[in-house]
Write a protein that binds this ligand. Structure first.
Ligand SMILES: Nc1ncnc2c1ncn2[C@@H]1O[C@H](COP(=O)(O)OP(=O)(O)OP(=O)(O)O)[C@@H](O)[C@H]1O
Ligand SMILES: [Zn+2]
Length: 294
């Protein structure tokens, strides 16, 4: 089986071909420039590839309501040229195959549930903490859609008592993304996160915010696993600090075994590593093919 996958990131696009076992056979990547230029490259990559379906996991916000006139478009992004761009339609008219379409983080959550660390579970939540913060939600074997799609990166955390940083989300200032994404760390401390030592107070503050977000997630959605990925999570000291914050916040109130004795297997890194995004899109493509009864 040959399934096409598109991982549309804010910085770069990755296109690839994979199979029904989640194995990526080939890939290319290019920068996220103006949409017309990007689409030319996407279409020319898949032109002679004979794929049976294509899955797209993209930065958002996007329109995922099949009944909407703008289904398949990117909606309110500040990214030049992309706001209102009919992404899905542009690719769809070139290839007569089933398409999967969702956010990059919903795709990553799905990929982890199909082939990764959450394999076999009927729910998981995937966070990416990078240039932005995104949250994908898989629940009762389905990706969660609703009014639009989850936008968990913009929830409002309680401020750390020693934090005087105003926050840098253009919409909300001190929301989670405004306080804890990579650019917020850099702005608050005047240095890139990757240059701060592992004992720097930045990490306790980061864990304080991410710990709150994971706590809220557990209380709101009760997922069977929480997966934390993205560039900032390359700081290996963070994961245990976040687990400790979550335990402190919950204070024994949610008495499920994974939170009491098995938290190291409950709040985890992505099992698919750097392939999480592309494998997620691949899984979306495969699901679209299956929905078409093939
Ligand atoms: N080792 C590291 N330690 C701390 N921060 C890091 C590290 N590596 C990358 N980052 C930060 O992560 C951010 C980039 O995130 P990522 O590598 O996930 O890329 P991205 O795909 O652009 O992000 P997004 O998923 O939000 O589009 C930058 O702000 C960068 O400073
Ligand atoms: Zn925000």
């Amino acid at each position: 089986m040959r399934i096409g996958a598109i991982e549309a990131g804010g910085t770069k696009f990755v296109c690839g071909i994979g199979n029904e076992n989640g194995v990526i056979e080939e890939r290319i990547s290019f920068p996220t420039e103006q949409p017309e230029r990007v689409m030319e490259q996407v279409i020319s990559y898949f032109k002679d590839k004979n794929v049976e379906a294509i899955g797209i996991g993209t930065f958002g916000p996007i329109d995922i309501d099949p009944a909407s006139e703008t289904y398949g478009s990117v909606t309110t992004t500040p990214k030049p040229g992309w706001s209102g761009f009919p992404f899905l339609e542009t690719v769809k008219k070139e290839f007569d195959v089933p398409f999967g379409w969702d956010t990059d983080v919903n795709a990553a959550a799905y990929g982890e549930a199909v082939w990764g660390v959450a394999r076999g579970l009927d729910s998981c939540v995937y966070f990416t903490i990078g240039t932005g913060i995104g949250v994908g939600v898989y629940s009762e074997h389905k990706l969660v859609h609703g009014l639009v799609h989850p936008e968990g990166g913009h929830i409002l955390p309680r401020r750390h008592p020693e934090d005087h940083f105003e926050g840098n989300c253009p919409y909300h200032g001190d929301c989670l993304e405004g306080m804890a994404a990579g650019p917020a760390i850099e702005k608050r401390w005047g240095m890139k996160g990757s240059e701060l030592g592992i004992d720097h107070p930045a990490w306790a503050m980061e864990a304080y915010y991410l710990g709150q977000a994971v706590t809220t997630t557990i209380l709101m959605l009760s997922p069977k696993m929480v997966i934390l990925g993205g560039g900032v999570m390359h700081q290996k000291q963070l994961l245990p600090m976040i687990r400790a914050e979550v335990r402190k916040n919950l204070n024994g109130y949610v008495s499920a075994a994974p939170l009491l004795t098995g938290i190291d297997d409950y709040i985890v890194s992505p099992g698919l590593g750097d392939n999480a995004g592309l494998c997620g899109s691949l899984a979306l493509g495969l699901a679209a093919l299956e929905r078409n009864g093939k």
